[in-house]
Design a protein around this ligand. Structure first.
Ligand SMILES: Nc1ncnc2c1ncn2[C@@H]1O[C@H](COP(=O)(O)OP(=O)(O)OP(=O)(O)O)[C@@H](O)[C@H]1O
Ligand SMILES: [Mg+2]
Length: 501
């Protein structure tokens, strides 16, 4: 059978950066082909070539056995190729429905019909998203779902998912995996890019490993295992993913959150985080975790309640106040709030603590560069230099910069919202080490994550949220998927029953 897609000898140079060094990749009808590799290996770039977004420096694209030149993204779309990007690219001011059919809207838009069609696709995906809502008001997870709906509405035969589940909670992720299996059964070819190797093994028929812009190997999934893939991916033997928690001694209460409320999203939330403690916030996407983080960071206003830092009331009218009080937040959406994309890595790294590199109003560029280089090395940042703009980095490397900025800021309380989203296993382990170091140095850390293993691996205890409230707390001996999900799901179901009565 001819391949749906065959890419051969694909090279791509960006002003001195050899992102792709002659990569071969093929996709058959009715297969899920996983593409894995460290941050910056070239996975997204290769798929942007397939999407007609960037022209390769050299190499051949063959579709259905015919050598083809793609003139642009529209050309690719019209040939049945859809790419769901890692960095979300919705038009924030347009509605969900308009986004789904963007580029294929008739001159005169029948909004009712459009919404109905959008609803049908969203329902098929199993998500309750208002097609009339402005895309910019959705959570990151729901924006991702809209991107997926957009690809499905296009009846694509080649569908690329670039880190689709990184922002989804486990239950939502499973729904997505079921949809991908349906697409495969219907004869589509699916490329699946993910750092969650358990998913890759669950789902894929073949795996292609990339490293440093080159093709390492393509294997049948059934003929390999996770450890082998990791070793080939990172090119070294990995030690334990999580650092030992010993040597962390929780001290005084750093932050004391008391009965904070905001609309229906945050309801009577109370908890403390002590010095030297890593506390997790678990629960399903939409359970209110991000909203709690935003209240403590002064990004939103509380309706009622109080927050104390080191026993003193905190008055937060903006994130500026939080930063002054030495509270940091790495947000889930780095694109909007985490980093200045156009600015160099160096500038971003010291952004939250600019005073450390200025003297009498003058910036010490050399010092700034040293700090950026050191943090970059700690996190295995892949960049041509610290002078490169963050926008030129791969998704996972952008996330590392967002983290570096706050690791440097010397916060009393650091809140991390999905800190390792899109980060490869090697770099994950370095990030866990840095979090552990913060705790050992007596800082308070609050971590939101939809990857339960991550919470289990780094936290001292986990608060579980459902429907805006804290519904339970897990101590280390109760760190199991079952305990966490039981709390997160039974509680929310009970709330729904009450609400419907
Ligand atoms: N527009 C650009 N300008 C300069 N360099 C770029 C550009 N786009 C990508 N690169 C570089 O190409 C390399 C490959 O990036 P790519 O985004 O393909 O990696 P990736 O495998 O998708 O990584 P991740 O897992 O982090 O998403 C990186 O070193 C990146 O910095
Ligand atoms: Mg990528």
């Amino acid at each position: 059978m001819t391949d749906l897609v065959s890419l051969t000898g694909i090279r791509k140079n960006f002003l001195g950066v050899h992102a792709l060094k002659g990569v071969d990749f093929n996709l058959k009808a009715g297969e899920v082909h996983a593409l894995v590799g460290e941050n910056g290996a070239g996975k997204s770039t290769l798929m942007r070539v397939l999407a007609g977004e960037i022209a390769p420096t050299s190499g051949t694209i063959t579709l259905d056995g015919e050598v083809t030149q793609l003139s642009g993204p529209r050309d690719a779309t019209s040939r049945g190729i859809s790419v769901i990007h890692q960095e979300l690219a919705l038009a924030p001011d347009l509605t969900v429905a308009e986004n789904i059919f963007l580029g294929r809207l008739p001159g005169v838009v029948n909004h009712a019909a459009l919404r109905k069609a959008a609803s049908a696709i969203l329902n098929r995906l199993g998500f309750d998203i208002d097609p009339g809502a402005e895309a910019g008001t959705l959570t990151v997870a729901h924006q991702q779902v809209v991107e997926i709906a957009k690809a499905l509405s296009n009846n694509a035969r080649v569908i690329v998912f670039d880190e689709p589940t990184a922002v989804l909670a486990n239950s939502d992720a499973e729904r997505l995996l079921a949809i991908i299996r349906e697409l495969r059964a219907a004869g589509a070819g699916v490329v699946y890019i993910s750092h969650r190797l358990n998913e890759v093994f669950d789902l894929s028929d073949r795996i292609t490993i990339m490293k440093d812009g080159s093709h390492v190997e393509t294997v049948e999934t059934a003929a390999t295992d996770v450890d082998t893939v990791i070793a080939r991916m990172v090119g070294r033997q990995m030690s334990a993913l999580f650092p030992p928690k010993e040597g962390r001694a929780p001290g005084d209460v750093v932050v004391d959150v008391r009965n904070i409320n905001r609309g229906r999203k945050v309801r009577n939330v109370s908890f403390t985080v002590r010095a030297g403690e890593v506390v997790g916030l678990g629960g399903l996407v939409g359970s209110g975790r991000t909203e709690v983080a935003r209240l403590i960071f002064g990004a939103d206003r509380m309706d009622s309640g109080a927050i104390e830092l080191h026993g003193k009331p905190l008055r937060l009218s903006s994130p500026r106040d939080a930063v002054r009080a030495r509270i940091g937040l790495v947000p889930e959406s780095r694109k909007e709030q985490g980093v200045i994309l156009e600015a160099p890595i160096r500038v971003n790294t010291t952004l939250a603590k600019i005073r450390s590199v200025t003297r009498m109003g003058f910036l010490n560029v050399g010092k700034e560069r040293r700090i950026a280089n050191a943090l970059g090395a700690d996190m295995r940042l892949k960049a041509s230099s610290v002078e490169a703009p963050v926008s030129s980095l791969s998704g996972g490397n952008q996330q590392k910069v967002a983290l570096a900025k706050w690791f440097h800021a010397d916060c009393e309380l650091l809140i991390l919202d999905e800190p390792t989203r899109g980060v490869d296993v090697g770099a994950k382990s370095e990030i866990y080490n840095l979090i552990n170091d913060l705790a050992k140095a007596g800082k308070a850390v609050l971590v939101i994550s939809s990857e339960h293993q991550e919470l289990f691996g780094i936290c001292d205890r986990i608060l579980v949220m459902a429907e805006g409230a804290i519904v339970g707390e897990l101590d280390e001996d109760a760190f199991t998927e079952h305990e966490l999900l039981t709390l997160a799901m039974t509680q929310s179901a009970r709330d729904r029953d009450e609400a419907s009565q």
